[in-house]
Design a protein around this ligand. Structure first.
Ligand code: GLC
Length: 456
């Protein structure tokens, strides 16, 4: 008996050594890298938060923030009629802004479904609009050559069997209160609903390129992987759409295959995120202003320079940017979003070469003052984004022998390279390993000028 027990222990340890992580599927690291390749090359996508919360127009969390009851929230369901909805227009705008993919909310935390569902009446077919917004969206975005992704909320503030927790509109304080509130609620039923609906959206609309499950909040009165039955859910996702790219919010960070990329939200990472010393795929999601859903009176809109800064910085640390629009309840984009997208598009038209297919620059390249570097490992070109346009002599420390040619990206005009020495450089800290670029005195008429270096 003892011998078998020992054998069991040794066997378990051996397995743990061979398979250090729990796993959901057996994809190799190389295969994963390839599966994500189109997405890492794309670098820039559009997030779309659209639902019946666009009518109160004061944040997609309005039901929770104002503790609105189901009965009071019903009016938005009964009124929803986005008569000007034209997803082809949205897709064209995303494309013109330089975006390569888009992710739309199929269901947000309020539980309302923008798609036709067999599992609830609380879906768009039963609003005055009466058409499947998601179907039209997928068709329009695919037709414009964009990759398509679905956001699906794990939380559900409408489903009668979803138990009340600390972020629910009816959240309470004590265990006793929760016990009372949750009498008669059965999460098993909700878990099945979740699975059925995820299956529905992953089978009805053809290939779906990205899935954004949002989100987990384990701990007291919270919810995590077991509440969602996340392991089985993600296994199903992998079976239904083996090439899909999945975010990391189902609380399966320690499972191989449980996620593909990490999702810093509304903040700039200091450096390329790592786990156990390994750089991981990442995408920051950001709003134009302080809300994801349409928020009429929110005024803290980022300007063009800030938005471009977010994009360039993400790429310079090996990441993507998913930039959000919150369409109105008529189905149109906010004019402020239109303007921001158009301005970014103006810049991207001339500078996308420093974004697509680019990543963090090799460490050997010093980052000049007030600038951000990106690098294309295939073409071996280095891009210097000039955040604060310098005066004529621009020192590239330690670049000697590494650069064949320098030009502005927006007009392909040559930038002359000189040695760092000469009487005009007296007093500079330049060394003989440096190069000097002779920039025109007048800043080119683009928001952030980019120098393209063709390397030796
Ligand atoms: C958060 C919020 C949500 C938003 C999302 C986008 O999880 O709950 O409203 O959809 O972030 O990343």
């Amino acid at each position: 008996m003892r011998r078998y027990f020992l054998l069991f222990i040794v066997g378990t340890m051996f397995c743990a050594y061979l398979f250090p992580q729990e796993s959901i599927w057996n994809e190799t690291e190389e295969a994963k890298y390839e599966r994500l390749q189109w997405w890492t090359d794309a670098r820039y996508g559009m997030f779309i938060h659209w639902g019946i919360y666009s009518q109160p127009a004061r944040h997609e969390w309005v039901k929770k923030n104002e503790r609105i009851s189901d009965a009071d929230y019903l009016k938005y369901f009964e009124l929803f009629n986005p008569d000007l909805y034209n997803p082809t227009e949205w897709a064209k705008k995303a494309k013109a802004a330089g975006m390569k993919y888009a992710v739309i909310t199929t269901k947000h935390h309020d539980g309302f479904c923008m798609f036709e569902s067999d599992y609830t009446d609380y879906n768009i077919m039963n609003t005055p609009y009466g058409k499947d917004a998601i179907k039209q969206w997928v068709d329009a975005f695919k037709a414009e050559g964009l990759k398509v992704g679905f956001y699906y909320s794990l939380l559900d503030w409408h489903h009668p069997h979803y138990t009340i927790d600390r972020v629910h509109p009816q959240s309470a304080l004590t265990q006793e209160e929760y016990n009372n509130l949750n009498k008669g609620r059965n999460m098993d039923i909700y878990r099945q609903y979740l699975k059925d609906q995820v299956k529905e959206i992953l089978t009805k609309y053809g290939t779906i390129d990205i899935l954004w499950l949002d989100y987990s909040f384990p701990g007291e009165f919270g919810k995590g992987r077991d509440d969602w039955d996340a392991v089985e859910l993600v296994k199903m996702v992998r079976e239904l759409q083996p090439n899909i790219i999945l975010n990391d919010r189902a609380d399966l960070k320690d499972y191989w295959g449980g996620w593909d990329f990490t999702t810093p939200e509304q903040f700039k990472v200091q450096s390329w995120p790592e786990i156990d010393g390994k750089k991981i795929a990442w995408e920051t999601c950001q709003t134009f202003s302080g809300s994801w859903g349409y928020y009429r009176d929110e005024l803290t809109w980022k300007n063009n320079r800030q938005l471009l800064g977010l994009l360039i910085e993400s790429v310079s640390k090996g990441g993507n940017l998913l930039l959000n629009v919150g369409p109105t309840a008529r189905g149109t984009l906010d004019p402020r979003a239109d303007k921001a997208l158009a301005e970014m598009g103006d810049w991207m038209r001339y500078h996308s070469r420093s974004i697509y297919g680019c990543t963090q620059a090799p460490e050997e390249f010093d980052v000049p003052e007030h600038s951000i570097l990106t690098y294309n490992p295939n073409t071996k070109r280095l891009y210097i984004h000039l955040l604060d346009y310098p005066i004529t002599n621009f020192r590239l420390a330690g670049y000697k022998g590494k650069v064949k040619y320098a030009q502005f990206l927006h007009d392909a005009s040559e930038i002359r390279i000189t040695a760092p020495f000469g009487h005009h450089m007296q007093g500079s800290i330049a060394t003989e390993n440096d190069l000097n670029l002779l920039l025109p005195m007048i800043k080119p008429d683009v928001e952030i000028p980019v120098i393209e270096l063709i390397l030796e």
